[in-house]
Design a protein around this ligand. Structure first.
Ligand SMILES: C[S@@+](CC[C@H](N)C(=O)[O-])C[C@H]1O[C@@H](n2cnc3c(N)ncnc32)[C@H](O)[C@@H]1O
Length: 271
C-alpha cells in the first residue's frame, strides 16, 4: 500500500477532492500504516496539500513534538518575551528593525514576530537542512539561510538591531561560543541588543538531568559533545565571553519557557 501511494500519489490526489484525500492520509497516519512521519510529509509536499503555515511532522519532531500548534504557541511566548525584555532593558527597537534569529529551527519565533512586529525585517539561520528548506518554501520573507557551525553569517545578516539565540549556546563548545560572540559584535549595529539563553550551574534540574557534578564547572564553562549540553556560569559568560567581544552586560533574567533557562541581554559595542 505504501508503494502504491508513493508511486501514484499525484494521480490519487488529482482524482480525489481534498475533503477525501486529507482524511484518508490522516487515517493512514493514525493507524501507523506508514511508520515514518517523513513519508507522510513527503506525500504532503509532493501533492502540495501540506498546510502552508505549519511545519510538517518530520520537521517538528526535531524540536520535540509532532504538534505544530505547540511549536507555534511556544514561538509566541518566546517572541513576546524577547520584545518585552529587550524594551525593558532600555533598547528602543526601530519600527523597521533588522532582527536575526540565530538557530531559528522551523522559525516559530520568527513567525510570531511577523505578527507582532509586521514592519521588522526578519532573518533566520540554522545548521539544519530540513527546517531551513521548509522555511524557504513557505516563508521566504524570513530570508532563511543554512549556516555553518562557525562564522561568518551570510552578508545579508548585517546592520542588525537585534540578534536572539534561544537554546543555541546551550549546546556549544567554548571555542565556537567565543567565535560567535565576536562575530555578532561585527554584525550588530553599534549599541544594538543581543538576547541569548544559557543554562547556569545553579539550574538544579538541568545539572541532575545531565548528571553534571558542580566540580565539572570549576572553570565556569562545561561542554559535553556526547551529552550535547553546555553549562555556563553567568560570571564566566560576562567576563570571559561577552567582555572580550566588547559586549556590555545589561541584565540577566529567567525565561518563562524551555524549563527556565537564563536569558542574558547584552549591548553591542558602541563602534
Ligand atoms: C534547541 S533548538 C532551538 C530552536 C529555536 N531557537 C527555538 O527556540 O525553538 C537549537 C537550534 O539551534 C541550531 N544551531 C545550533 N548551533 C548552531 C549554529 N552554530 N548556527 C546556527 N544554528 C545552530 C540547531 O540546529 C537547532 O535548530
Amino acid at each position: 500500500m505504501i508503494q502504491f501511494l508513493l508511486q501514484h500519489h499525484s494521480k490519487i490526489h488529482s482524482a480525489l477532492p481534498d475533503s477525501v484525500y486529507v482524511p484518508m492520509r490522516n487515517l493512514i497516519w493514525r493507524q501507523g500504516v506508514l511508520r515514518s512521519a517523513t513519508i507522510v510529509d513527503r506525500l504532503g509536499e509532493l501533492t502540495g496539500i501540506e498546510k502552508d503555515d505549519d511545519p510538517p511532522r518530520n520537521v517538528c519532531l526535531r524540536y520535540g513534538t509532532t504538534d505544530a500548534s505547540k511549536l507555534a504557541e511556544d514561538g509566541v511566548i518566546k517572541a513576546r518575551h524577547i520584545l518585552g525584555e529587550v524594551r525593558d532593558a532600555g533598547f528602543d527597537l526601530p519600527a523597521e528593525a533588522r532582527v536575526l534569529d540565530f538557530g531559528c529551527g522551523p522559525g516559530s519565533v520568527l513567525r510570531a514576530l511577523q505578527e507582532l512586529a509586521p514592519n521588522f525585517s526578519l532573518f533566520g539561520c540554522d545548521l539544519q537542512r530540513q527546517p531551513i528548506r521548509w522555511l524557504r518554501r513557505h516563508h521566504p520573507m524570513l530570508h532563511p539561510k543554512r549556516t555553518s557551525p562557525t562564522p561568518p553569517l551570510p552578508a545579508i545578516h548585517s546592520d542588525l538591531d537585534l540578534i536572539y539565540a534561544i537554546s543555541v549556546f546551550t549546546h556549544m563548545s567554548l571555542e565556537h561560543a567565543q567565535l560567535w560572540l565576536e562575530h555578532f559584535a561585527e554584525r550588530l549595529r553599534p549599541g544594538a541588543a543581543l538576547y541569548l539563553t544559557f543554562i547556569p550551574p545553579d539550574h538544579a534540574a538541568f545539572m541532575k538531568k545531565f548528571r553534571i557534578d558542580p566540580s565539572d564547572l570549576r572553570s565556569g564553562f562545561y561542554y559535553s559533545q556526547t551529552r550535547n549540553i553546555t553549562i555556563i556560569d553567568p560570571d564566566f559568560l560576562n567576563e570571559r565571553l561577552a567582555r572580550p567581544a566588547r559586549f556590555e552586560w545589561v541584565c540577566c533574567k529567567t525565561a518563562p519557557y524551555s524549563n527556565g533557562q537564563r536569558v542574558a541581554i547584552l549591548r553591542a559595542p558602541a563602534s
